[in-house]
Design a protein around this ligand. Structure first.
Ligand code: ADE
Length: 251
């Protein structure tokens, strides 16, 4: 899978992409990350990319020309001219695990990092989608692009290797992940739950499922509305709700 990232600050990406799982995926050729400096496509010799907003107001706006010229250069290089072109901005669609999984099926993704007070509205006519990584404003789209590349890459076959599977992640079926433990069995008086030491796979699986349901109910109850639940899950949640309401009633 190829990511083309259009940015004013390519140097910001060197850290996150040169360590750990993403580095291994790049080294193995499973993913490729091209960093394109938007400034290289400025139409003037001062290499400017922004200007004051028409109508007045604070800050600067990224002009359309360098961004669109950079985008066209990228698209000319690739075989298929279609494929997502995504603007990272706070007004975009909220980024989720489902969207990460969906985007991982693409061969080619173009990510445009906005900056300053925003990008000229006409850029929106050239993108296929807009993504926000959360309801807060970053100084630019770079960190958001890194988040998208990381979360999408995990779903590309071969990136995580054999040892881990995105299928068991938090959100994989719409629930938060169950608690995990490793050695030592006892740490400062806190013990690993007995069931995990039992070697009883069915019991362990059931315990994990129920812990995931409890954790989701307590921390993110709205996720249960869209989670993939079977009859046993629903029964467990009903019993849990009944137990909780008895506790509330009894003080
Ligand atoms: N650029 C600035 N803030 C952002 C956000 N929350 N998500 C994506 N891109 C952004």
């Amino acid at each position: 899978m190829v990511f083309d990232i259009l940015t004013l600050f390519p140097e910001m990406f060197t850290g996150p992409f040169s360590a750990s799982i993403l580095k291994r995926a790049v080294d193995r050729g499973i993913i490729r990350i091209n960093l394109i400096n938007i400034r290289d496509y400025s139409p003037n010799r001062h290499r400017t990319v922004d200007d004051a907003p028409f109508g007045g107001g604070a800050g600067m706006v990224m002009g359309p020309e360098p961004i669109i010229r950079a985008l066209e250069a990228v698209q000319q290089k690739r075989e298929s001219k279609t494929g997502p072109v995504i603007l990272l901005c706070p007004q975009g669609e909220r980024f989720t695990q489902a969207l990460a999984r969906e985007l991982s099926r693409e061969e080619h993704l173009v990510l445009i990092c906005g900056h300053y007070e925003g990008v000229d509205e006409r850029v929106r006519g050239y993108v296929t989608g807009e993504i926000s990584i959360g309801d807060y404003v970053l100084t630019g789209g770079e960190l958001a692009a890194m988040v998208v590349v990381d979360a999408v890459s995990r779903h590309v076959p071969g990136v995580l290797g054999e040892e881990t599977a995105p299928a068991t992640d938090s959100f994989a079926d719409g629930l938060l992940e169950h608690p995990q433990y490793t050695r030592p069995r006892s740490f400062q008086g806190s013990e690993v739950p007995e069931v995990l030491l039992s070697g009883h796979h069915a019991r362990i699986a059931r315990w994990r499922r129920e812990e995931a349901l409890i954790r989701t109910l307590v921390r993110r109850p709205e996720l249960l509305e869209t989670a993939r639940l079977d009859a046993a899950d629903r029964q467990f949640l009903r019993e849990l709700a009944a137990r909780l309401s008895r506790m509330n009633l009894n003080g």
